[in-house]
Design a protein around this ligand. Structure first.
Ligand SMILES: Cc1cc2nc3c(=O)[nH]c(=O)nc-3n(C[C@H](O)[C@H](O)[C@H](O)COP(=O)(O)OP(=O)(O)OC[C@H]3O[C@@H](n4cnc5c(N)ncnc54)[C@H](O)[C@@H]3O)c2cc1C
Length: 250
């Protein structure tokens, strides 16, 4: 439950509020998760006045402000077309207008198409204070650890990679049961991320070439069974989706 609301005008003031010992204070993007009923008590530090919502291309990178709303990212011409489709899959139009880029990545589970795509793209979250870059692949396994007093300022992804995303869901509006996101760098570096299962998307492959993509997808989902689908089903579909992603890039 939110017991206090703050809307600082500077990053310094926001960090100071987040550093307080009491009450526990959390950064707020769109607030769609933080506004949900819970027994925990916390203050929220609304980041909307900090000017962290820009989207710009810098060199070979897309720099995405932490508080940029998903819908605005979807509509911006700088966002690659394949990533726009992914954002559309993430949630409804209404929710996309509220949900922020950082809030979505920080709170994502394995069924998030956006987090799966950003993991394949080897996204870096830049945390303040200190401009500390943390790759999404490092963030998810350590997410439970304390980042108290910190906030994500922006997220960076490369623009010079080829990218493709595929998923399977029970209905077109449902979250995916299996998803695959593939990014291939000009050097041949290939990253395959899988989603549709578990607490966070996982990295199935990060190699120097595309060879072995399907078997990497199968092995990564060897234990991926739950009430929605068996591990055998997910293994088979993950391999098919990985192959389709590769074909789409050709
Ligand atoms: C009705 C409803 C339906 C939903 N449906 C879906 C769905 O279909 N699929 C889905 O994946 N999710 C769904 N969600 C969950 C939620 O909408 C998304 O995860 C959303 O993208 C979160 O973004 P936000 O900006 O609102 O996060 P917030 O609520 O603002 O924050 C979420 C978490 O991220 C942290 N955070 C936010 N910004 C920062 C920052 N800059 N730095 C560090 N930490 C930060 C917060 O402290 C908090 O822990 C749904 C929620 C609602 C209310």
């Amino acid at each position: 439950m939110i017991i206090e609301y703050q809307r600082p005008k500077t990053i310094e003031a926001a960090l100071k509020l987040l550093h307080r010992a009491e009450p526990v204070s959390l950064p707020m993007g769109g607030g769609t998760v933080l506004n949900q009923p819970t027994d925990e008590e916390y203050a929220v530090v609304d980041l909307q006045e900090l000017g962290l919502d820009a989207l710009q291309v810098r060199g070979n990178h897309l720099i995405i402000g932490a508080t940029l709303k998903l819908q605005r990212m979807l509509e911006d011409e700088a966002t690659p077309q394949a990533l726009r489709v992914v954002i559309q899959r993430e949630s409804t139009y209404n929710l996309r207008q509220m949900a922020s880029v950082a809030g979505t990545l920080v709170s994502a589970d394995g069924r998030s198409s956006f987090a799966t795509a950003m993991l394949a793209l080897d996204a870096s979250m830049i945390w303040l204070p200190g401009e500390e870059p943390i790759r999404l692949g490092e963030f998810y396994p350590t997410r439970k650890g304390s980042r108290r007093g910190k906030l994500v300022a922006r997220v960076e992804i490369p623009t010079h990679v080829k990218f493709s995303y595929q998923d399977v869901a029970r209905t077109p509006a449902d979250l995916p049961i299996v998803s695959a996101a593939l990014a291939v760098w000009p050097s041949g570096r290939t990253r395959l991320a899988l989603g549709g299962f578990g607490k966070a998307p996982i990295l199935a492959m990060d190699g120097p070439e595309t060879h072995g993509l399907e078997s990497a997808a199968q092995s990564a989902y060897a234990q991926a069974g739950d009430e929605w689908a068996s591990a055998e089903y997910r293994q088979e579909i993950a391999a098919i989706l990985a192959r389709r992603c590769l074909e789409a890039l050709k």
